[in-house]
Design a binder for this molecule. Structure first.
Ligand SMILES: C[S@@+](CC[C@H](N)C(=O)[O-])C[C@H]1O[C@@H](n2cnc3c(N)ncnc32)[C@H](O)[C@@H]1O
Length: 209
């Protein structure tokens, strides 16, 4: 199903139905950014705000962006922080709404819905200040190779959201092409069991100084 339509329909149950990918990515972003100071943040594909409140508690200002009006409405209803600005926008289009020279851009579980990584990495590279960071947390491509996709139940019927597989080399190449170097890569496993297939891949990229 078309991504925007799918998330508008999923918004009602996104937070309440068990979802290991959603929950493990929340662990990943908190671990990778635990020791990182940041003030001005752009959160891409903020959804219902799973990570927005945590980012807002550490930052001076968060611009939380999503193109699903229903997902954004859930995030807005949860978060009354004065330092969060919710921005309806398609992140593959020019970021006219972006504040200049931000410290951090985050992107959680959104890039699997974007066909061309370059369109987003290019704008991340422009939005970040020199030495600024891009965090990416995604369903691991190994899981995608085995058939995992974003999906939910609507009236008992499984709905699969339009997804694209990005290989590890695709992330690294898109970043390098836009002046971003990988400074950290971590994999997260269900129940911390490293013998299985990792569920989440997370990266920190840094813009050249
Ligand atoms: C799986 S949800 C992740 C939400 C949140 N980041 C989280 O980790 O729970 C993906 C989100 O990305 C948004 N999204 C997907 N493609 C987008 C695009 N091109 N522009 C803006 N938002 C997009 C969807 O509307 C949805 O809210």
């Amino acid at each position: 199903m078309n991504v925007q339509t799918a998330y508008n329909a999923w918004a009602d149950t996104y937070d309440t139905v068990a979802n290991r990918t959603r929950d493990l990515e929340a662990v990943a972003i908190r671990q990778l950014l635990a020791e990182v100071p940041f003030s001005e943040v752009i959160e891409l594909g903020c959804g219902t705000g799973k990570n927005t409140e945590w980012l807002a508690a550490k930052a001076a200002q968060v611009t939380a962006v999503d193109f699903s009006a229903e997902m954004l409405a859930r995030a807005q209803a949860k978060l009354a922080s004065a330092n969060v600005r919710f921005q309806p926008a398609d992140v593959t289009q020019p970021w006219r709404w972006a504040p200049p020279a931000v410290d951090l851009v985050t992107c959680s579980l959104m890039l699997e819905h974007i066909p061309d990584l370059s369109a987003v990495f290019q704008q991340c590279g422009r939005a970040l200040r020199p030495s600024g960071l891009l965090y990416v947390g995604e369903l691991h491509p190994f899981k995608q190779y085995l058939g995992s996709k974003a999906r939910y139940l609507a009236d008992g019927t499984e709905v699969t959201v339009e997804c694209h597989t990005h290989h590890l080399s695709d992330y690294l190449a898109a970043a390098l092409a836009h002046g971003l170097q990988c400074v950290e890569l971590r994999e997260f496993f269900d129940a911390d069991d490293c013998r299985g297939v990792p569920r989440i891949i997370s990266f920190l990229f840094q813009k050249k100084a």
